[in-house]
Structure formats: structure tokens, C-alpha cells
Design a protein around this ligand. Structure first.
Ligand SMILES: C[S@@+](CC[C@H](N)C(=O)[O-])C[C@H]1O[C@@H](n2cnc3c(N)ncnc32)[C@H](O)[C@@H]1O
Length: 311
């Protein structure tokens, strides 16, 4: 079968892949195997996987239309792209005649391209609409969360997903301000938050608020949980689950799932006391990017890579 076409997307300007070699090593690629990259982005990881595939197949997912456009540049016959949320991975694999795979890669979160596009509203650096959708066909936006969610709900969201110490104060401030001035733009939100942000640490604080909103808009926790459970069903024995997370909430879910077979709660045991879990962690601790990589790509700083081997 054909290798990755020479007509490749300019992956590096779209997004510089993080821990590329570590992810490839984690997948332990068999050139005749079937692999899934559920977060195509600019295709940095997908292209490298394709280079190692001969008789096998790569099926990549992304819910973002911009990622789909990048994927259209790949003409390899070994490659299939699904524009879909990875919470539907199993269904789309089945539609493509695949029920078992040798490895799944997930590089969670948003791409540099998404962050660096002011009109997407993900960045605290530029003014833009309070959108934050990865999939522009979905109905929820950050503006809707801010203008329509109840104060108690906002309190919970900022506490849980933004890990803000003063989540209650922020929720109150937002619900008061939106009565006369509904939130439309990222700059308006930042302006409102200035009075409650810790002095000198405003940018970190804004990033936490934006993270919380992004998680809710894209239902990131639910998508990750659904996806992880499907991995146990689709990955072959000895196959690999390779997941890179960028914040502690996600990493905790991935860690729990790989170590205990559950995103929340303790591992189950059978009658004889044997643990019932689909994966065994390859490493006790997560793999982190080298200092050299972090110097060249600051995004790599918070990445935690975990690898599960299917039992
Ligand atoms: C960190 S980037 C991946 C970058 C990619 N590995 C590369 O090297 O170019 C994450 C990508 O996953 C996509 N994504 C995030 N959550 C998703 C989900 N639940 N379903 C489908 N795509 C998702 C985002 O749209 C984004 O393009």
C-alpha cells in the first residue's frame, strides 16, 4: 500500500507536535497494523504514523473543520479521515469496517492553530468572539455559558474546571454584569475579571477561566470518558492506548482509567481478588517532554503522556 503522500499538510505551522517520538514509541507500531489518531489537528502525529505503515491503516479523527481541510491534503490509500467527535470513535470505526485496532493515540485539547485564530475565541491574548467551539456546528458557545447558565452552575464550573479559589465571587460578578451587558467578546470578559484576578497573576487567572469555559463548551470531560471506555472495546490484546493530557483534570482521568479501569473510583476485583481492568500502565509515572523540547515548544511544558497496554 501507498505510504504518506508527498502532498502533505504544512503540519508544523498549524501545530508543532508534542513528544512525537515518544508517542510513536508508545504505539509500538506494526507496519501491518491498524492505528487510530483521534486528534488529527495539523496531522503532525498522523503523518509520522503513516510513514511507518505499509500494509496497515490509519484512521484519524478531528471534530474541527480546519483540521479536516488539513487532512484533505493526505492522499495515501492507507489513510481515512473522520470529521467527528472522538466520543463516537467506535461507531465511526465500524462504519469503516473496523472493529479491532492495534493502537489509539489521543493528543488532547486544542491545537496552536485554534488558539492562534482570534475569531475562534480560545485565546486570552487577542480579542475575539466568546465562541470556543472546536466543532462549529455545535450549539453551545462560551457566550451562552456566561450569559445563560445559572450562578450556581457557573460557580461549579469555575471551581471544578478552572480550579479557581474564588469561583463563587466570579460567578456572582458575571451574573450581575450580564443583566445590562451580556458578554460577547473575550476582552469584555477579561475586563470584568480584572477586579477579581490576583494582582500580577492576571494572565494565569484568565487562562484558568478560559480553560473552564472551553471544557464546558466542548463537553471535554464527557467526551474523554466515553472515548476511554471505547478504547477497552476496540484495542486488541497487547495493543496500545497512548494519551497526552495538558491539564490535571484530564490527566487524572487518563491515569485512573489506565491504572484502575475506571475514570472515577476504585478498581473492581473478581471473586478471587483479581483486579478487573482492561489496561496495564507501561510506566508508573507519566512521560514528560525533555527540557530541549520545552525550550523549542512551550506548549510541551504541561504535557503528560501515559501509555496503557491492553490486557
Ligand atoms: C492538540 S491538537 C492535536 C495536534 C496533533 N496531534 C498534531 O500534531 O497536529 C488537538 C486536536 O484534537 C481535536 N479534538 C479535541 N477534542 C476532540 C474531540 N472530542 N473529538 C474530536 N477532535 C477533538 C481538536 O480539534 C484539535 O484539532
Amino acid at each position: 500500500m501507498a505510504k504518506a503522500s508527498s502532498q502533505q499538510p504544512a503540519a508544523s505551522s498549524y501545530h508543532k507536535p508534542v513528544m512525537l517520538q515518544e508517542c510513536l514509541d508508545g504505539l509500538n507500531i506494526d507496519s501491518d497494523g491498524i492505528y487510530v489518531d483521534v486528534t488529527f489537528g495539523g496531522g503532525g502525529h498522523s503523518l509520522k504514523i503513516l510513514e511507518q505503515i505499509k500494509g496497515g491503516r490509519l484512521i484519524s479523527f478531528d471534530q474541527d473543520d480546519d483540521a479536516r481541510k488539513q487532512a484533505e491534503n493526505i492522499t495515501s490509500r492507507s489513510f481515512t479521515f473522520c470529521q467527528a467527535n472522538f466520543m463516537h470513535m467506535k461507531k465511526y470505526l465500524k462504519l469503516n469496517g473496523v472493529t479491532k485496532v492495534n493502537g489509539v493515540l489521543a493528543d488532547l485539547g486544542v491545537s496552536s492553530h485554534q488558539i492562534d485564530s482570534p475569531e475562534r475565541g480560545f485565546s486570552t491574548r487577542f480579542d475575539g468572539p466568546l465562541d470556543m467551539r472546536m466543532d462549529k456546528n455545535m450549539p453551545m458557545t462560551a457566550a451562552k455559558v456566561l450569559n445563560e447558565f445559572a450562578e450556581e452552575e457557573l460557580h461549579k464550573i469555575f471551581g471544578m474546571y478552572g480550579e479557581l479559589k474564588n469561583a463563587r465571587t466570579v460567578a456572582k460578578l458575571i451574573t450581575q454584569q450580564r443583566v445590562n451587558n451580556p458578554f460577547q467578546r473575550t476582552e469584555e470578559l477579561k475586563l470584568a475579571l480584572r477586579s477579581v484576578a490576583p494582582r500580577g497573576k492576571e494572565n494565569k487567572y484568565f487562562a484558568q477561566v478560559f480553560q473552564a469555559l472551553r471544557i464546558v463548551v466542548n463537553e471535554e470531560m464527557r467526551a474523554l470518558e466515553d472515548f476511554l471506555h471505547q478504547c477497552a472495546e476496540v484495542i486488541e490484546k497487547d495493543g496500545r492506548l497512548v494519551v497526552m493530557a495538558y491539564h490535571s483534570l484530564e490527566d487524572r482521568m487518563v491515569k485512573n482509567y489506565i491504572n484502575k479501569g475506571k475514570v472515577f473510583g476504585d478498581v473492581e476485583k473478581d471473586f478471587f481478588g483479581n483486579e478487573i481492568k482492561p489496561f496495564e500502565a507501561l510506566n508508573r509515572k507519566p512521560i514528560e517532554a525533555s527540557e530541549e523540547e520545552i525550550e523549542q515548544n512551550s506548549r510541551a511544558r504541561s504535557a503528560k503522556l501515559r501509555i496503557g497496554v491492553k490486557l
